[in-house]
Design a protein around this ligand. Structure first.
Ligand SMILES: [Fe+2]
Length: 188
């Protein structure tokens, strides 16, 4: 598919299906995505990680995509997203997305007080996702490529639930995504 066409598909997913509420949080999926990307940009993350922040929950939006299993989607949205994004983007974008749920399990294991900062919805999903890692799980996670970026993404994810936050528009971030698409091997 042409690059411009793919950008439109992704932007359309965020614009149309992104109007749905982000789980039990007080923001929409699109607001959550934009706030997450805005945090990444504010903290001077590289473009691939800003784009990962924008797209990290796209697994929820492609849920009726033919690839997505109709059941179990809530528990594996990070894998759905990674499979979807890996068709067009490099691992610097795909892997932090794939690992952003595991990063929550990691932070719960290694950072005192982190668990207490999680929203009710996030705690509930943590239980479905396997709970905090044990020592071996935490060590195994942080040794994976792009795990550190996934931890950064996770912190922005946790912050990106503010109903009053203002962000740049989607188009601003789609420019960044478009630049990365042009670098991806299958885009040529
Ligand atoms: Fe999220």
């Amino acid at each position: 598919m042409m690059i411009d066409g793919q950008i439109e598909v992704i932007a359309g997913l965020l614009r149309e299906r992104g109007r749905a509420r982000y789980g039990a949080e007080a923001v929409s999926q699109l607001q959550h995505a934009l706030q997450c990307a805005a945090w990444a940009e504010r903290e001077e993350a590289p473009p691939a990680l800003i784009a990962a922040a924008l797209l990290h929950d796209i697994g929820h939006l492609v849920a009726d995509d033919e690839e997505a299993a109709p059941r179990g989607i809530d528990m594996q949205h990070e894998d759905v997203a990674a499979r979807y994004l890996a068709r067009w983007f490099l691992p610097a974008l795909v892997e932090p997305v794939r690992l952003h749920v595991a990063a929550k399990r990691y932070l719960c294991a290694v950072e005192p007080g982190y668990f207490e900062t999680l929203s009710f919805a996030s705690v509930r999903s943590l239980m479905l996702q396997g709970g905090a890692y044990d020592d071996a799980g935490a060590n195994g996670f942080i040794a994976r490529p792009h795990a550190a970026e996934a931890v950064r993404l996770r912190r922005w994810d946790d912050l990106a639930k503010d109903p009053a936050a203002l962000t740049p528009p989607l188009e601003h971030y789609m420019m960044i995504v478009g630049g990365l698409l042009a670098d991806a091997p299958s885009a040529h």
